[in-house]
Design a protein around this ligand. Structure first.
Ligand code: ADP
Ligand code: ZN
Length: 512
């Protein structure tokens, strides 16, 4: 007679009840049904296999792609009295762990996908009873997903050798396409998918074009005295920004994978304990960190995907108190991302492109940010949330198609070799020595943008770069991209969202 799950939840884990869909997931697993649980970060995915691992006879095999994460999980499980082990390249006690597994002394065995898919491991699994296969970060099985790992594809044949052992796939980040792929790749029936609500109502989303990153982020720090995370795109950028933001009153540290492990560990531990520290980090930071009172997450550049954005911003406000997520983006982020996409295997390019376009829609919208996020995760949210920049302060939308055509014409007539600043000068008829020598003052596009239209030029350039209507070459010169044609031929239009004029006083007063 298996133990009652709720009493195990209370006695072993010390939780009064299940949260969200946890109960539903556990119920299916205990009934031996194959399941895919899509639950946002922090929703408590680990419990959905840890609890069954205690209740059921045999060992639960957990496939997990990150060694550091496995060791966090191992510590947490061991702390509540679960008998757990890890089999990774850095574990020196592998023989002992294998012996414990064979003797039926393990509730949980964590293993990386490359080890799990080896013939060796399959032979080992045949030597002791199994209770469950748990597949963490299950989106890695999908080429459509944002983090494809070929080793995950070898799991299905392994699982199929043990058809009576239930499977539980877990992910925080999967759009509809990826979910369907996970079900298929892991042999889970459609009705086995359980999706938790993704809304984080206490997080206020804001997205702004970058003009001066350091100043913009310094403003956020000034408005939010509590702990915060700033994500920067490169290791060098984390160190530069951390140095620029640090003041005698506010401790700002850098965190990235290139730091000495001891420094990294100390920075992380200090951050978790602090009530006002700011960590400027690459995306390496945050996984496995349990800090509920993070008051803001700022992005100094475009995240890799909506999934990444959701996961990174989701580290704010876990305690349910108000928190903000502020993203600063530039057209060059999109240009770089497009370049990278051009370098991946051709089969993966459509997925990558779709992911980038989804991000483009999120940053460019005049509508509710939350609505776009939640719709991305398959929900049907209301049109307005009342707690994002666009809902709180609706931006003006203008049709800038004409200005866009003028801009493209100027790029074309000057020979597709000049940068944004020069094109602006030509369009506004600002005479310089360069325009004189180039003979550009005789062009039909010379001075065709008047003072009342000039403020649209920068946002138009940004929007054209984002849409791949223009591209910057390595020297900063602009060339036509594939989306230029439709605009010039009158088949496409360009609607621009103009952020409302910021009044620092009002912004200060509204800051939560
Ligand atoms: P995920 O893997 O989904 O990001 P975790 O499994 O790390 O989330 O759990 C996030 C936090 O929620 C942990 O601190 C965990 O102890 C806590 N937690 C999980 N389930 C419950 C529950 N039923 N009640 C209260 N806290 C819970
Ligand atoms: Zn909104």
């Amino acid at each position: 007679m298996p133990a009652d799950p709720v009493s195990v939840l209370q006695s072993t884990f010390g939780f009064p009840g299940f949260r969200g869909v946890q109960g539903q997931v556990v119920e299916r697993v205990l009934a031996g049904q194959r399941t895919l649980a899509v639950m946002p970060t922090g929703a408590g995915k680990s419990l959905t296999y840890q609890l069954p691992s205690v209740v059921l006879d045999g060992t639960c095999i957990v496939i997990s792609p990150l060694i550091a994460l496995m060791h966090d999980q191992l510590r947490a499980a061991t702390a509540v009295g679960i008998r757990a082990g890890t089999l990774t390249s850095v574990d020196e006690n592998r023989q002992e762990t294998i012996a414990r597994f064979r003797a039926g002394e393990l509730d949980l065995l964590y293993v990386a996908p490359e080890r799990a898919s080896s013939g060796h491991f399959r032979d080992l699994l045949a030597q002791a009873p199994l209770s469950l296969f748990a597949i963490d970060e299950a989106h890695c099985v999908s080429e459509w997903g944002h983090d494809f790992r070929p080793d995950y594809r070898l799991l299905r044949p392994l699982f199929d050798q043990f058809p009576d052992v239930p499977r539980l796939a877990l992910t925080a980040t999967a759009d509809a396409h990826t979910r369907a792929d996970i079900l298929e790749q892991l042999g889970i029936p459609e009705e086995g998918m359980i999706v938790a609500g993704f809304d984080r109502p206490n997080i206020r989303y804001a997205i702004t074009p970058r003009d001066n990153t350091t100043r913009q982020i310094a403003d956020i720090l000034a408005e939010h005295p509590g702990p915060g995370i700033v994500y920067a795109p490169t290791r060098a950028a984390t160190e530069r920004l951390a140095a620029a933001l640090s003041t005698p009153k506010r401790e700002v540290r850098a965190y990235h994978a290139g730091l000495d492990p001891a420094v990294r560990q100390r920075n992380q531990a200090d951050f978790v304990a602090s009530e006002d520290m700011v960590m400027v980090a690459t995306v390496a930071f945050g996984m496995g960190i349990d800090k509920p009172d993070v008051r803001f997450v700022a992005h100094a550049g475009l995240p890799k995907s909506i999934e990444g954005y959701y996961q990174e911003t989701g580290r704010a406000g876990r305690d349910g108190d108000p928190a903000v997520a502020h993203l600063f983006w530039g057209a060059d982020d999109f240009a770089r991302a497009r370049q990278r996409i051009g370098e991946v295997e051709p089969e993966r390019q459509p997925g990558e492109r779709a992911r980038l376009n989804a991000l483009g829609a999120l940053v460019e919208t005049a509508g509710c940010r939350r609505a776009i996020l939640l719709a991305h995760f398959g929900e049907t949210p209301p049109d307005s949330c009342g707690n994002c920049d666009n809902c709180l302060n609706p931006p003006a939308a203008v049709d800038a198609t004409e200005t866009a055509r003028k801009f493209l014409s100027a790029v074309f007539r000057t020979g597709q070799m000049f940068g944004v600043g020069y094109i602006e000068q030509v369009l506004q008829g600002q005479s310089t020595e360069r325009s004189l020598t180039n003979g550009h003052e005789a062009l039909s596009v010379w001075g065709i943008v008047g003072a009342e239209e000039a403020h649209l030029l920068k946002p138009v350039a940004r929007a054209l770069l984002l849409r791949d209507a223009i591209r910057a070459n390595p020297h900063g010169g602009l060339e036509f991209g594939p989306a230029a044609r439709g605009l010039l031929k009158g088949e496409a239009t360009l609607k621009l969202v103009l952020p409302p004029k910021r009044e620092r006083r009002r912004r200060g007063a509204a800051g939560a």
